[in-house]
Every structure is written in C-alpha cells, then in structure tokens.
Design a protein around this ligand. Structure first.
Ligand SMILES: Nc1ncnc2c1ncn2[C@@H]1O[C@H](COP(=O)(O)OP(=O)(O)OP(=O)(O)O)[C@@H](O)[C@H]1O
Ligand SMILES: [Mg+2]
Length: 339
C-alpha cells in the first residue's frame, strides 16, 4: 500500500515524498515545498482520484470548497493551504499533522490495553466542539455561512502528538454527497457516523455534525462501536432507528451527567438534539470539572504511539525519514474495521 519514492514525484511546487494513506476521495502524501525564503516545510497533499473530476461540475465545486476552506482559521481545524490543478490532477495541500487520526489512536490504545480514558475522551470531544462551534457560526460579510462538515468521523479527527486535536477535510467532505460511482466505498465508511436525517437527505444542518460527534464520544466512552453492521442496509437501519444504550449502564464509572449529555447529542430528531456545539462544549466543560485530571493527553498520545516513530516536522529534510507514526491505511472502504 505505502509507496516510497526513490526519486520523489513532483506535483506543482510540491515534492511527494511518501504516500501515507488512500482515502475515499484521494491519496494522501507527505510532501514538502519551499516558502518564499527558500525554507522547506512539510505539507499533507491530497491528490484526488482522477475519476472524480469527470463528475459533472466537480472541478467548480472543488475550487468553491477551496475558497471556503481558505476562510477557516481555527486552532482545532487543519489549515488548508492550496487547492490546485496540475497535469489534469486536482489536489489540495494542508498543514501536516504529526500524529495519528482518532481511529488509529483508539485502535492502538485498545491493542495495548490502554483505551482512551473518560477524561481524555471528554478533552478530545471538547476540542472538536470548539472547532465545530466556530465553523457552524462563521459569517461572511455579516451573513451566516451555515457551514456543516458532514463527515465528522474518527479518521477525520487528527490528534497531533502535542495533544491538540484538529478536524480535517472541512469543505471537501461535502463534495462526496455529489459523487456517485467512486463514492460507494466512501459512503460505506461514513454510515456509522451519519445522523439519521443524513441517510435520507443531502440537505443537513450543523445538527448532523453534533450527532456524529456524539457517536464518536459514545464510542470512546464505551470502547465499542455504536452502529455497526457489515451489511450497509442494515447499518443504515441501525442509524435511522438510533437506539442508544446509556453509556453509564455499559461502564458504571461514567458519570451520569456525561451519559445524559452524550445521549442528548444522539437524539434521532435534530430538533430534540442538543441545540448547538457551543452549548454542547459548555455543558461538557462543566462536567469535566468533576472528572479528575490525569496525565496530559499529549503524554497518552505519545506513549500509545511510542513503538512507532513520528515525523519531526522541524527536522532537516536531508535527515528526513519516512513517516511511520500513523501506519496509515485505507480506512474508508473497510466496513468491517474494529476500533
Ligand atoms: N493533514 C494531515 N496530516 C497528516 N495526515 C493526514 C492529514 N489529513 C489526513 N491524514 C491522514 O490520511 C488518512 C486518509 O485521509 P483521507 O482524508 O484521504 O481519507 P479518509 O479521511 O480516510 O476518508 P475521506 O476521504 O472520507 O476523508 C487520514 O485518516 C489521516 O490518517
Ligand atoms: Mg479524511
């Protein structure tokens, strides 16, 4: 799966040093480029699968999303740098995150018998909610933009080795709704994090992101999948039915207030769901006061990822070693994945 280039491939002003993952929309590369002073810096480059651009109005949509992504400026959102087209290839570049995505972190934690703690689950969720609140309430020229991510899932939440969470794929995730053929594998991976209303209509509100965040929070707390069935149709039914076991009944050490908050975010009817990310974050923060602090999240991330080596983005490119921290694999198309 992973390609190391003996002679790195070039794309525009980027040098593709290693392909680190293949997602539903494209391939992710660890790449480098130079700033105006000639200093080299790393980027994550997503090269879209070539067949996507043959979809009607896809290219226009791609550049529209690029403009929107360029407006987003938040410490918990992966910064996008450039949306471009070169040699018939569409690609986008963004801030390189030296750390695992949440799906990978959860899997590593479980494999090592050190699953994410209640406190860390709350911290991760709280950080994501800050970003969602910012995006959901963003205005342009005084007008609300009603931005919804639409694909909040563990593989789109990156956790930097310093413990900072960053949401990736803002904007670009929305294009998937407009794809047909190539989206099949993408859709499969997304169903367990879709809001019930999202399985019926493409016109969803920010409430869909809150539901997705609720599923992720529930799964971190309960250490198991909430909606899972290898059969796509049955999985859609599970989401639509949205039967939510109380987290504190699965793990009695989960505070009841936290359990209630999660279940509120998972209401089937968006009108009954917690009204917005800001409030979700505030309630969570209040409950977190009651949960004792433990080791900083960054120490947990580094410990659990320790057997793998990270990329030090400040190191000289001449000293550069291929990234192995993530062991990134094709995740979107594998519906049978475990945490
Ligand atoms: N900015 C980034 N820095 C470092 N690694 C990244 C970055 N963005 C994504 N990745 C890694 O690449 C993997 C694949 O990302 P990609 O967005 O292509 O696919 P996906 O998230 O699995 O599916 P989808 O196409 O639905 O978003 C991610 O799971 C993550 O591990
Ligand atoms: Mg992604």
């Amino acid at each position: 799966m992973e390609k190391n280039f003996a002679t790195p491939e070039r794309l525009g002003r980027y040098l593709l040093l290693q392909r680190v993952a293949v997602g539903g929309m494209g391939e992710i590369f660890y790449a480098t480029t130079e700033d105006e002073n000639g200093s080299t810096y790393p980027v994550a480059l997503k090269r879209l699968h070539p067949e996507n651009k043959d979809q009607p109005s896809f290219i226009q949509m791609f550049f529209n999303e690029g403009r929107i992504a360029g407006l987003l400026n938040h410490p918990h959102i992966v910064k996008s740098y450039e949306f471009a087209q070169e040699d018939g290839m569409l690609y986008m570049t963004m801030e390189w995150i030296d750390g695992p995505d949440l799906q990978h972190l959860m899997r590593l934690g479980q494999e090592q018998g050190q699953p994410i703690s209640i406190r860390h689950a709350a911290e991760i969720t709280w950080q994501a909610l800050q970003a969602l609140h910012y995006a959901h309430t963003l205005t342009l020229n005084g007008q609300p933009m009603h931005l919804t991510h639409r694909d909040i899932s563990p593989h789109n939440l990156m956790i930097h080795r310093d413990g900072i969470l960053k949401i990736t794929d803002f904007g670009i995730a929305r294009m998937v709704d407009h794809l047909s053929l190539t989206a099949t594998g993408v859709i499969k991976g997304k169903i367990p994090y879709m809001a019930p209303e999202q399985t019926r209509t493409s016109k969803v509100t920010p409430q869909a992101d809150l539901f997705a965040m609720g599923v992720i929070f529930w799964e971190m707390l309960c250490q198991r999948r909430l909606f899972f069935d290898a059969n796509e149709m049955r999985c859609i039914d599970l989401v639509r039915y949205a039967q939510i076991p109380w987290p504190h009944q699965i793990r009695p050490e989960i505070p009841i207030a936290l359990s209630e908050l999660v279940v509120w975010s998972l209401q089937r009817d968006p009108e009954q769901r917690i009204p917005n990310a800001g409030l979700f974050g505030q309630y969570l923060e209040a409950i977190m006061q009651e949960i004792p602090s433990e080791e900083p999240l960054r120490d947990y991330v580094q410990r659990v990822c320790a057997p793998e080596e990270g990329i030090n983005s400040t190191q000289e490119i001449d000293d550069w070693q291929p990234p192995t921290l993530h062991q990134k694999t094709q995740v979107s198309t594998n519906p049978t994945r475990k945490l």
